[in-house]
Design a protein around this ligand. Structure first.
Ligand SMILES: C[S@@+](CC[C@H](N)C(=O)[O-])C[C@H]1O[C@@H](n2cnc3c(N)ncnc32)[C@H](O)[C@@H]1O
Length: 382
């Protein structure tokens, strides 16, 4: 008797699920065996072959050796190809911090296991906005993915990346990149290490799903209340015809995803052994809260570190303070930019490490960290 037919999509899901677990491309026979193991029943060779053939190149890539891999799995590789390749190198050191120049995924793959106690980072959400091509366009004022807004009321507005230009494929690439990033990040984290990742309402769902899939534990989301320059505009070139319309809501908040490397035993056990697993209170009578009133980075601070995505010290210091519950351990920023996280760590007396791919920003960080660490936010920049 023939074995009962599979429900539509069952074999496809098993193939994708099997390939997602592989670090190298797999043969037809390996894929069939993998799908059978997942489905716990025989899968005909012909169904696997026809499914793979039908979906090259949209879902799968066939390598020259006749092996297959998921197209999406090439996203981290594609992002890396956009940057010139070089081994991460120690760029400079300060008494409690060090900055490496290079690709953070390469750095993470080589760094000592179980040695990082928290991560506070602000990655390139759209993947492409910090490639050399887009940075050259930004630096020469030519736009690209960066919206170069006109002068407004006599003051020049800061450029912002346009995440609305991301296609569904870009969002899938972004998910694959953050999945691969979180996998390699987990190697270096101690159990209970908290991971704070800045995001954007348009892409945060894809980033969060990728981090969960990579095995990090979701612990909530910090809402940074801040009036950004995004959204709220009337339709382009038709604002007079539609004066009462906004294309998108005017954004007044920024999500910071909060994750944790799974703990060992109870929180108290983890705190004793690894010094992590919980969050430091701002004061003994107040817990760390998930809504933080903030402001855009003040121009006085931007003058110290003219990075296009500089985060303000007043906000970062609150996040960094919470990241080490017992004030012990090392905070990592794998997308360090001008070093604002490291400056906030220096202010708190914490040890920190930064990794930054762009030499221009590494040089900026060397000068900016001590200035930002000593920066006194006043009431107008807080
Ligand atoms: C959003 S910015 C961070 C800015 C930072 N929060 C600050 O206040 O200066 C992201 C940074 O990540 C860097 N970057 C992009 N891809 C990277 C990679 N694969 N490894 C390390 N750094 C990377 C970019 O050059 C950029 O400076």
């Amino acid at each position: 008797m023939n074995s009962p037919r599979f429900q539509p999509g069952t074999v496809r899901d098993a193939i994708i699920s099997f390939l997602r677990r592989q670090s190298d491309p797999a043969t037809l026979a390996e894929i069939r065996e993998g799908a059978e193991a997942l489905l716990q029943r025989p899968v005909p060779n012909s169904s696997v072959r026809s499914y793979l053939n039908l979906n090259v190149p949209s879902t799968f890539i066939r390598t020259s050796l006749g092996r297959y891999q998921l197209t999406d799995d090439t996203a981290p590789e594609r992002q890396r190809l956009l940057f010139p390749k070089s081994r991460p190198r120690l760029a400079f050191q300060r008494p409690k911090s060090a900055v490496y120049q290079g690709d953070c995924c390469d750095w993470l793959a080589e760094w000592e296991e179980n040695s990082i106690h928290a991560v506070v980072t602000d990655p390139p959400y759209g993947l492409v906005e910090y490639t050399p091509q887009q940075q050259n366009k930004l630096r020469s004022g030519r736009g690209g993915v960066w919206r170069i807004p006109p002068s407004f009321d006599g003051s020049r507005r800061a450029p912002v990346p346009r995440f609305t230009t991301l296609s569904p494929q870009d969002i899938r690439d972004l998910g694959r990149f953050f999945y691969a990033w979180a996998r390699v990040l987990r190697r270096v984290l101690v159990p209970g290490a908290h991971v704070f990742v800045a995001s954007n309402p348009l892409v945060s769902y894809a980033m969060a799903a990728a981090l969960v899939e990579a095995g990090l534990e979701r612990r909530g989301e910090i809402i940074r209340l801040v009036m950004t320059l995004r959204g709220g505009d009337r339709p382009k070139n038709a604002h007079e015809q539609f004066p009462d319309v906004s294309v998108m809501p005017r954004s007044q908040w920024e999500p910071w995803l909060l994750f944790r490397e799974p703990i060992e035993g109870r929180v108290q056990d983890n705190l004793r052994r690894w010094k992590t697993g919980a969050l430091r209170r701002p004061s003994s009578d107040k817990p760390f809260c998930d809504v933080i009133q903030s402001r855009p980075t003040h121009h006085c601070e931007r003058r110290l570190a003219p990075h296009p995505s500089l985060k303000p010290q007043a906000f970062l210091r609150q996040i960094v303070h919470a990241a080490l519950p017992l004030c012990e351990g090392i905070v990592l920023d794998p997308f360090a930019g001008a070093g604002s996280t490291l400056a906030a760590c220096e202010h708190a007396g914490y040890e920190s490490i930064g990794v930054e791919i762009d030499e221009h920003y590494v040089d900026m960080a060397e000068g900016a960290i001590p200035l930002l660490a000593n920066f006194q936010p006043n009431s107008s920049s807080r």
